[in-house]
Each structure stands twice: as structure tokens, then as C-alpha cells.
Design a protein around this ligand. Structure first.
Ligand code: SIN
Length: 534
């Protein structure tokens, strides 16, 4: 049994920003199921949005965010997060993060879809790597932070799970698999912050790293926390289409700097869908590409940036240029083949703007959470911003809320019981189910949906859930099994939310209800498990 003042799960911008603040106040464990460098943050290319140009305004950034969010953003949350951006950037700069600057010292500002102004701070085209590496260095210097790698958080422990009839359901700890020893460790804490990122791996094609398996949402839902708006999965319009490199993103910033989407006939097509052309918000561009691919029977469309010339492309997008070149595509000479791929989970664990969930002491920050900032479609580059701002607010809230009468160590959390579980004899059974989930989600629950496809997906997922549950009881816990269990849970939540939303809105587009429901004000899709625990 180990006890910490704060337990953070995840090492992206949200987890590390929180840990760095919390270290001033107590002992912090940061759990990560692989190495700390593996996070969605580290893969972010485009950047972080912040009003920084004298010609721009908070009001304009707020309006762009609300417009992209298709009626579902929470206005007060949008207002607060966007106005807090300069402070968050200053804090990151103090931690050593270097954003690109112009010769006069001002920030170099990129532009992305849905933004009416240039307001995306970046570090070339590897902004996430810059943020992640500098925050990790800062966390490494803190004596109060223990980064525990290869520690996979399995399940949360709440007072309800312990069978205690208290006024409120409170967090008291979690179980985690320590891969090195194979042991399952009980952690005690009355403040647990889930910063586990999203669930792109639920889909066959995604821009997300391998770790994005919906762990936080699945864990919180099992523990009885409310989950919202999981139907809004953002498909990034431009993932590289190449058989060797399946997850490589061609940043929207490429289109922000003049890249144009063209079809296989070489013609620009986006202006036929939206007056903003290649820089329309992502839901519109992804749906248009999906339509073009189906219409022309081509496997992909293309982004053409060659007209900006080799030296510009190499300087502004070194990672994209080199990576494309490594598979034989010279972006300075030819258009880059692209397809849409699952990119960002706009819903998640329902939280306040301070990251507080419906379980006392349990917080969620970043992609895993649904604060109301993104609504039905996230505006590009608003997510790193949300992570940084909400992490800071979360720290204030978590510190204020502490009740010394509720010490987690006073609760008797039983040790994990493995019973007669055996080692998984053949990992193929796990990989087979994993593939099946990802394929069925791609075929039935992606950019264009129908009731019939959703029903098929729900039926298949029900069977898979049953099978995974059997594995879970019969086999010894291993990371592959835990990820499969979380994937099937998260996929089921996406389908359930999609079935409930009987309209098209933002990222949820269904042929059965092609219009938004104008009759009543838009509502979040809320799900909550009635009983906590297994
Ligand atoms: C991109 O660089 O296109 C991704 C930015 C984002 O998803 O916010």
C-alpha cells in the first residue's frame, strides 16, 4: 500500500502541469502505463491557441470556439479558458517551453481551421514534443514528484465501491499494475486526477499514439462518474495516407500556411462545400473529404503545399517534410496523400471548469474530460490550452476541497485478489478482439452514421464485452488485457451516446437525422453507471 497527497494518472500537458503545481503542496505520484514521453501531447503538431496579435481579440477567439462547437459549448467555460490563455503561456514559458518567435520577439502565430485570425503558438511542427519534454524536465527536478512508469491504473476505489453508505461517493485510492514486478499495488489518496488523454485507438485509423485507449473514461465510468458527449469524436481531415506510416498527422497548420485540399483530378474541392475552403472547421472538412472519396472512388485526397517552396516547407514543417520524404513523398514537389482519421475525443468524463467530476476528490483534466469548452466540435489547438488552464484551476480546487477528516489511509482498501487467474496463454485472442472493435467502430461509427449501423455496432460490442469480461476474470492481468477492457467500454459509450443523439450536430452526422434539432435547446448526452464497481 502506498499513500500520496495527489495521484495523477498520465504524463501529457494536463498531468504534468497539475503535478508541478501540486508538488508545492504535497507528495505527488504520476502514474504512466508506459514511458512518460508517450502521450497525446507529445504528438501534437499544430500548437496552442492564444490571442497574441494586437489585431485579434478574446471575443473573436470565443466566437470562433462557439461557432465550431455547434451550439453545445458552455459559454462561461469558453470565456474563462480563452481569457486565461496568456497566463498559461507565461507559466509554460517559465517552465522552459520555447515557442517560435518573429525577429521582433513577438510570438510567431500560425492559423488553423475555424480560426478567423492567426493565433496558434507553435514550436515548428513539433509543439507537443517541446511542451512535453520541458515539463518533464521540470517535473524531474521536483523532489515531491515520483514519476512511476510502467504503472497501469486499473480501477478506482471509492467509498461506494467499499460498500460504505456515506453522504457522497468519494475517491480513496486506486489499483495499479506494476509491470516490472507483475504485482498489483494499492494506492491511497483522496485526490486523484485522471489525465489519460483520449481514445483514438478505438478506431482502425487514428492519428493517436498506441497509449490512447480510453483508459480514464472507462475507469471513471466503472466507478460511477458521469460521462458526457462521447458521440463527438473528431476526425482529423488530414492523416497521411501511406501503407508504412498509418498514424502520421499532416498538421492543419499546413493548410493554415496555404496548403490546399485537392482531389485525384488535381482540382480544389473544398470551396464547393464551405466558403472557408480548406480552412473550414474540421467536422465540415472531414465530412467533405469522406464524400469526395466516396464520390470519386479514390482511396484518398491530397494536400498541396508545394507552391510554398522547399526552403519554406523545410523550415516551417521540418518534421512533416522529413517524415513524408522518408516514405518517398517530397512535399516540395508533389501533393501529400491524406485521409481523415480519428483524432480527438470531444466528450469525456463530465467535469466542472475546475476538473471536478461527480465523485468527490476525483478530477479529470484534458482530453479525458468534458468541461464544455469543445461542445460538439473542438476548435483546433484549443485542447493544449484547456489542459494547461484547467490543470491550474484543478490544483486550486483540489487543495481547497481537502477535508482532513477524510484521510484515505483511514479506509481499509482490500488487496487485489487474483484468485485462480492464469497467464494469458495466447495473446492472439486479445489482439483479435482488439482488431474487431477497431474495425467495427471504423465501419459503423465513424464520420457518417446511421441508426442501422449503430445498432449493429451495439450488438457486436455487447458480445465482445461479455468475452472480454470472461478473459478479465480468468486471466492474470496484463497491459494488453487492460487496454482491451477499456477499449470495449469506451467504444460502447461512444455508441450509446451516438444512439441517444437523434439529430446531426457538429461531429455527429447521421443520415437518419441529417439536420440539427432546432426545436429544443441542445443538450449534452449524459451517461452514468447505476452501480459502481464490477
Ligand atoms: C494539427 O496540427 O492539425 C492538430 C492540431 C489540433 O488537433 O489541435
Amino acid at each position: 500500500m502506498r499513500e500520496y497527497d495527489f495521484i495523477v494518472v498520465g504524463t501529457g500537458i494536463s498531468g504534468l502541469s497539475f503535478a508541478l503545481k501540486a508538488a508545492t503542496n504535497g507528495k505527488v505520484a504520476v502514474l504512466t502505463k508506459r514511458s512518460p514521453e508517450m502521450s497525446n501531447t507529445a504528438w501534437a503538431q499544430g500548437g496552442i491557441s492564444c490571442v497574441a496579435d494586437p489585431g485579434d481579440s478574446f471575443d473573436a477567439h470565443i466566437a470562433d470556439t462557439m461557432d465550431a462547437g455547434a451550439g453545445l459549448c458552455e459559454a462561461s467555460v469558453v470565456d474563462t479558458i480563452i481569457r486565461s490563455a496568456p497566463e498559461a503561456i507565461e507559466e509554460m514559458t517559465k517552465q522552459g517551453v520555447n515557442f517560435d518567435r518573429e525577429e521582433n520577439g513577438s510570438f510567431s502565430l500560425g492559423r488553423e481551421g475555424g480560426h478567423t485570425q492567426r493565433r496558434v503558438l507553435h514550436a515548428r511542427d513539433t509543439t507537443g514534443r517541446e511542451i512535453s519534454s520541458k515539463l518533464l524536465l521540470a517535473a524531474g527536478r521536483e523532489k515531491n514528484i515520483d514519476i512511476l512508469e510502467n504503472h497501469f491504473a486499473i480501477d478506482l476505489v471509492t467509498t461506494a465501491k467499499l460498500g460504505l453508505k456515506e453522504e457522497e461517493n468519494r475517491i480513496v485510492g486506486l489499483y495499479a499494475l506494476d509491470e516490472a514486478s507483475g504485482r498489483i499495488i494499492t494506492f491511497h489518496s483522496e485526490r486523484i486526477i485522471l489525465c489519460t488523454g483520449g481514445c483514438g485507438r478505438v478506431y482502425l485509423y487514428t492519428t493517436n499514439p498506441k497509449v490512447a485507449t480510453g483508459d480514464g473514461v472507462a475507469m471513471a465510468y466503472r466507478a460511477g462518474a458521469s460521462v458526457a458527449n462521447m458521440e463527438f469524436i473528431q476526425f482529423h481531415p488530414t492523416c497521411l495516407y501511406h501503407h508504412e506510416l498509418k498514424n502520421f498527422l499532416i498538421s492543419e497548420a499546413v493548410r493554415g500556411e496555404g496548403g490546399v485540399l485537392i482531389g485525384k483530378d488535381g482540382k480544389e474541392f473544398m470551396s464547393g462545400y464551405d466558403p472557408r475552403g480548406s480552412l473550414a472547421p474540421r467536422d465540415i472538412v472531414a465530412q467533405a473529404i469522406d464524400h469526395e472519396i466516396k464520390r470519386t472512388g479514390g482511396p484518398c485526397v491530397y494536400v498541396d503545399i508545394a507552391h510554398r517552396g522547399k526552403s519554406y516547407i523545410q523550415e516551417r514543417f521540418p518534421n512533416i517534410y522529413e517524415t513524408c520524404l522518408s516514405v518517398g513523398i517530397d512535399a516540395a514537389k508533389e501533393p501529400i496523400p491524406v485521409v481523415p482519421a480519428a483524432h480527438y475525443q470531444c466528450g469525456g468524463i463530465k467535469t466542472s471548469i475546475d476538473g471536478a467530476t461527480s465523485i468527490t476528490g476525483l478530477y479529470a483534466v484534458g482530453e479525458v474530460a468534458c468541461t464544455g469548452l469543445h461542445g460538439a466540435n473542438r476548435l483546433a489547438s484549443n485542447s493544449l490550452l484547456e489542459g494547461a488552464v484547467v490543470a491550474a484551476r484543478c490544483f486550486e480546487h483540489a487543495t481547497r476541497q481537502l477535508n482532513p477528516a477524510h484521510k484515505a489511509k483511514n479506509y481499509n482498501i482490500p488487496d487485489w485478489i487474483s484468485g485462480n487467474a492464469e497467464d494469458v496463454d495466447e495473446l492472439v485472442v486479445i489482439y483479435h478482439n482488439w482488431d474487431e472493435i477497431r474495425r467495427l467502430m471504423w465501419d459503423y461509427v465513424s464520420i457518417v452514421r446511421t441508426d442501422k449501423r449503430l445498432k449493429r455496432a451495439a450488438t457486436r460490442l455487447q458480445n465482445l464485452r461479455r468475452e472480454v469480461q470472461e478473459f478479465y476474470w480468468n486471466f492474470k492481468i496484463c497491459p494488453e488485457l487492460l487496454e482491451l477492457r477499456n477499449l470495449v467500454e469506451t467504444a460502447s459509450l461512444i455508441v450509446k451516446c451516438a444512439q441517444r443523439r437523434q439529430e446531426s450536430r457538429g461531429l455527429h452526422y447521421t443520415l437518419d437525422f441529417p439536420k440539427s434539432n432546432a426545436a429544443s435547446p441542445p443538450q449534452d448526452t449524459l451517461l452514468k453507471r447505476e452501480t459502481s464497481g464490477e
